[in-house]
Design a protein around this ligand. Structure first.
Ligand code: CA
Length: 213
């Protein structure tokens, strides 16, 4: 370090100490107070840009029912379903004490442009300990999205002339996931055999609404 610059810095510090000290400490007090009150600082622009995802449409999921689900309490379970697509996640209500729950609950998720698989996970709600896993399943939504886009671009809009797209669902399907067009909406009814669990079938209906712009 050169002595000249050190001297300058010391001089500056002394100068600011004598003149600006009261206002600086006041500013610090204010900034601390502000942090305590707000808890969350506003997100930086670069962060929010990095987290931005482009959506190409909406997927409506009707979680219809579960059949012969796994037992996680003494005799039964309190099942609910978590749906996740990319970073989003939504869940159904809990049906108390049932291995054949009927939710009939419609949930909606935005479809990211990279079209990740739709994940469904079933849990047993417990009050005194962590919820227990009751199986999961994954659905490739690309065939449904393609069908929805095709039907949108097509002039013909009745179900008889529309082709049928059979979804590729690997080994998780019980019932064929045939995609159908009825009254201008593209739908897919699927019965899924839950994976990583001893038993259980989940029945859902998917509907895709592409964004036109
Ligand atoms: Ca339970």
């Amino acid at each position: 370090m050169e002595s000249a610059s050190t001297n300058t810095a010391t001089m500056d510090k002394k100068h600011s100490n004598s003149v600006l000290m009261p206002s600086i400490s006041h500013a610090f007090r204010n900034s601390w107070k502000k942090k305590d009150n707000e808890h969350k600082p506003p997100p930086k622009t670069s962060n929010s840009m990095a987290g931005m995802v482009e959506f190409i449409g909406l997927i409506k999921v009707n979680v219809v029912k579960g059949t012969n689900l796994a037992v996680r309490d003494m005799m039964t379970s309190d099942p609910y379903v978590i749906l996740s697509l990319g970073n989003q996640s939504v869940k159904t209500r809990v049906i108390k004490s049932s291995l054949n729950p009927v939710w009939n609950e419609k949930l909606m998720l935005s479809i990211p442009s990279n079209m990740p698989p739709l994940r469904l996970t079933v849990y047993d709600r417990d009050t005194l300990k962590a919820d227990d896993f009751m199986g999961d399943a994954e659905i490739d939504i690309q065939p449904l999205v393609s069908a929805a886009k095709a039907s949108e671009n097509s002039d013909v809009n009745d179900s008889s002339t529309q082709g049928k797209w059979v979804a590729s669902l690997e080994n998780t399907v019980v019932k064929d996931g045939v995609i159908t067009l009825a009254k201008g909406t593209v739908k897919q009814e699927i019965a899924l055999k839950l994976q990583n669990v001893e038993k259980g079938i989940l029945q859902i209906e998917l509907e895709c609404v592409p964004l036109t712009q």
